[in-house]
Design a protein around this ligand. Sequence first.
Ligand code: TYD
Ligand code: MG
Length: 454
Amino acid sequence: MAKGGTRSVFRCTDCGAEQPKWGGRCEACGAWNTLVEEAVGRNVGKMERGKALLSNVPPVRLSDVAGSKVERWRTGLREFDFVLGGGIVPGSVVLVGGEPGIGKSTLLLQCAARLEQTGIATLYVSGEESPDQVRLRADRLTVDAGAVHVLGETRVEAMLHHARALGSRVVFVDSIQTTYTEELEGAPGNVGQVRESAARLMRFAKEAGPAVLLVGHVTKGGGIAGPKTLEHIVDTVLYFEGESTLDHRILRAVKNRFGSVDEIGVFAMTSAGLEPVADPAAAFLAGRATGVSGSAVTALMEGTRPVLVEIQALASRAGFGTPQRVATGLDHRRLAVLLAVLERRGGLPFAELDVFVNVTGGVRLLEPSSDLAVTAALVSSVRDRPLPADALFLGEVGLGGEVRPVAGVERRLGEATRQGFRRVFLSARSRVSAPGLDVVGVDGIDELARRVAA
Ligand code: TYD
Ligand code: MG
């Protein structure tokens, strides 16, 4: 029960319905175990809370926001500013999600240090580490974080008190899962606590004007632990991803009220913190071995930016039992479809083979435009003949084996040309003019199979 004269209600995390009493089942949608406690303060009625969240920032179309005259604080960390749409917007709340160990604390500490250097007062609240531990991390960085105020705290009331007293303009909260409000019982990290703490920080940002950057841990399942609902209340959601064994980290905007979504920034984790990579479009091709079978390159659109990636395929005779199908960086069902199409329309035998497909650099293929490259890599592997090293593959593959054109082809080809590619295989139906590129149009994957790795 809520304390201090406040009332509490119970909210369903699935449908958002409010109930006065707790129960095992939501009366509105019938879901089980989804009700969480939420405080309703004495002075903060439901209407008022709604108003407070919306007061400064009316909803706008994302397309209208980019490039408008929103004030922004640049951190100077190029890829970070880029993903946000040009810098941190005063009064905005940004959630930075990612798996433990990926580098969220490092990224935000670097941002704080850089903001201090431009004269913007920051407060870095750590509920996970002591100021000593934060100092140890700071000592590794190339940027001097000495001016950053650090606070070891988990109560949201105390955080707000100190942020107000210091006049902080950007407040970092590491992490939202360790933050709690005294108004609610229940351990930090439970959905009610996380939601209510975030709502309080949000109200603070909207009323007082500082920006708030929240760290949120992502569970293996993919969501920000517990409250998917957090994504709806904050202005911007960034995910920090990558294989912790590889150096590259990708910062992706999955929601951005102040810029375009799906924009990515690419960093390298070094022994002295995160470094924006010099050429993000080519970052994932570094270390590519040419002259090896089963490797194909495609150009993805990541937000407004084309990025070249390598797809590796390996087909080998299955030991015994059902052949294995392992896909890393792409949907295994998509791989199954492409294998079936290759078998039926291209006459290539995969039924008895184990098939492994891997997208290098921890990138994930979310667009069908990479189908043709996956297909080419598979053809190359099954025949054990390399594809031309200077060739790019761009096209969606249909169930009939037909190759379809992709969107944004000029941008992708422009980048490929700049990176030294000389040939592109794409749908014969694509209308492109690509100076400097030898354009090879193919109608179907049978034609592709005749023209490459033959
Ligand atoms: P961290 O920022 O603590 O991750 P998170 O907050 O997402 O849990 O960083 C985790 C890893 O980064 C850790 O294993 C050490 C490594 N690291 C570096 O490689 N270089 C550095 O300069 C720093 C500060 C950390
Ligand atoms: Mg951390």
